[in-house]
Write a protein that binds this ligand. Structure first.
Ligand code: T46
Length: 134
């Protein structure tokens, strides 16, 4: 399964904490930032893969679970640390759920939003991976 955790520099004192993310800390150039909040605890978001997208996914507040599937294996990554990002590239089916009330997920992406980049059907996803691995 191709994913990894990126660690960012954080500073904390009695007045609070701050995380600093610089271009050198990411394996891509950022073209888009979006964030997700106000989610129902057991809502399941995602349920798709992308043809061409790199993303660093940061739970800046609260916690949630990311389920990653590469067509062979399925892993669950629990995100609850604002100093870390889940880095994923193409060909990973993702679902995320189990949101705490205060959950805010911020995503840094290497491409602009493009609805045609989505693979929304799981069988189409499996077919796309098979074609890539031929
Ligand atoms: C992923 C997780 C973490 C836009 O208009 N612009 C955007 O940049 C995005 C991401 C979405 N939208 C619109 C498109 C849909 O009408 O917002 C609606 C929900 O989008 P989507 O189904 O992409 O949202 P999530 O939360 O299921 O998934 C997103 C990313 O697509 C996905 O790659 O990893 O966040």
């Amino acid at each position: 399964m191709e994913y990894r955790i990126l660690n960012f520099k954080a500073s904390a004192d009695i007045d609070g904490a701050a995380v600093n993310i610089e271009p050198k800390d990411l394996p891509f150039d950022i073209k888009r930032i979006y964030y997700i909040y106000d989610t129902e605890r057991y809502a399941v978001r995602g349920r798709h893969a992308h043809h061409n997208l790199k993303q660093a996914i940061i739970c800046v507040s609260g916690a949630c679970d990311f389920i990653l599937d590469d067509g062979k294996d399925r892993v669950t990554v629990h995100l609850d640390n604002p100093t870390q990002a889940l880095y994923i590239e193409n060909n990973i089916w993702r679902e995320f759920t189990n949101f705490t009330e205060d959950c805010v997920v911020m995503v840094l992406a290497n491409e602009h939003y493009n609805s045609e980049d989505y693979i929304r059907n799981y069988n189409d996803f499996l077919d796309a991976i098979k074609l890539k691995n031929k």
